[in-house]
Design a protein around this ligand. Structure first.
Ligand code: NAD
Ligand code: ZN
Length: 267
């Protein structure tokens, strides 16, 4: 497909690549997106569940919903899209992976690829702009709660208490109306500013400041490559748009150039 070839040429030639992923890349692993036809929010309204106000009003309901999401995601596996990104990051570490996802699948793929290649997974681990479903912290004192907490759903699933201050434990994710960790955002924006190509995969690009990572890259002169079956607000500024599924498109898009380094024919 012509768009994949054009995107691959741009990515191959990039000295510095920033990648922004959203829920769409994990859709192919069976994790529901928020806004697609199968979106989570079709059955649960975000303002009822993913806000600090909702947690104050009914911590048990919100904890239960996250317990259900953790269970669902824990049964999912990275797909060829996650694997292709992880391998590219480990083979050519000039890549910064930034994700809005809280499902941990980029981390699983990074560890699996690193074990295959016998290298450190570090360069393939993502900056998690919106935190992780698999971490908790105290809603009062903020201390990380690393001990495993029960993930049972149903009426017994009350959130645990912080052993230090007695505050209610919450998932370490960024809720609507909450700021992104400024240190994580700064690293993402620095990578975007330095990048000469920005690859955006599976995000509706309507949540800020995450979408700002792609816009910062474009404003700093990067070429944008978008992978999404649907049009987004970023499509109009993309140099290459690949209308396909992440699991199908990323492996050929990130594959080493068959014509050799620099795209020249080696035959
Ligand atoms: P979104 O739900 O708003 O949009 C998903 C996008 O992915 C859409 O543009 C859709 O067209 C596209 N898409 C669907 N299937 C695809 C596929 N197979 N390949 C490529 N693209 C595909 O997702 P978002 O922009 O990430 O929304 C942001 C918020 O949703 C974030 O706060 C994020 O934390 C949260 N979220 C995360 C997860 C997760 O961790 N997997 C799941 C749902 C929502
Ligand atoms: Zn506490």
């Amino acid at each position: 497909m012509e768009q994949i070839r054009r995107g691959r040429d741009l990515i191959q030639g990039a000295a510095s690549l920033v990648v922004l992923t959203g829920a769409g890349i994990s859709a192919d692993s069976g994790v529901p997106t928020f806004r697609g036809p199968e979106g989570l929010w079709r059955r649960h309204r975000p303002e009822e569940l993913a806000t600090p106000e909702a947690f104050r009003r009914d911590p048990r309901l919100v904890w239960e919903w996250y317990a259900w999401r953790r269970e669902r995601v824990a049964a999912c596996r990275p797909n060829p899209g996650h694997h292709a990104l992880a391998e590219r990051a480990l083979r050519r570490p000039s890549l910064t992976l930034v994700t809005q996802n809280v499902d941990g699948l980029h981390g699983v793929a990074a560890n699996e690829a690193a074990a295959r290649l016998g290298v450190n997974p570090g360069p393939a681990l993502p900056l998690e702009l919106h935190g992780s479903l698999f971490r908790n912290r105290c809603s009062r004192c903020g201390s990380p709660q690393s001990q495993p907490h029960p993930v049972a759903t149903g009426p017994e699933a009350a959130p645990p208490r912080c052993p230090e201050c007695g505050g209610i434990v919450r998932p370490d994710v960024v809720w609507f109306g909450e700021p992104v960790d400024p240190a994580v955002l700064e690293r993402a924006l620095d990578a975007a500013t330095a990048a000469d190509v920005c690859l955006v995969v599976g995000t509706s690009a309507v949540v800020h400041p995450a979408a700002g990572v792609a816009l910062t890259a474009v404003r700093s002169g990067a070429e944008l490559v978008e992978v999404n079956p649907a049009e987004t607000p970023l499509s109009s500024v993309a140099r290459v748009t690949v209308r396909g599924r992440a699991a199908d498109v990323l492996p050929p898009l990130l594959a080493p150039d068959p014509r050799g380094p620099g795209g020249r024919d080696t035959a």
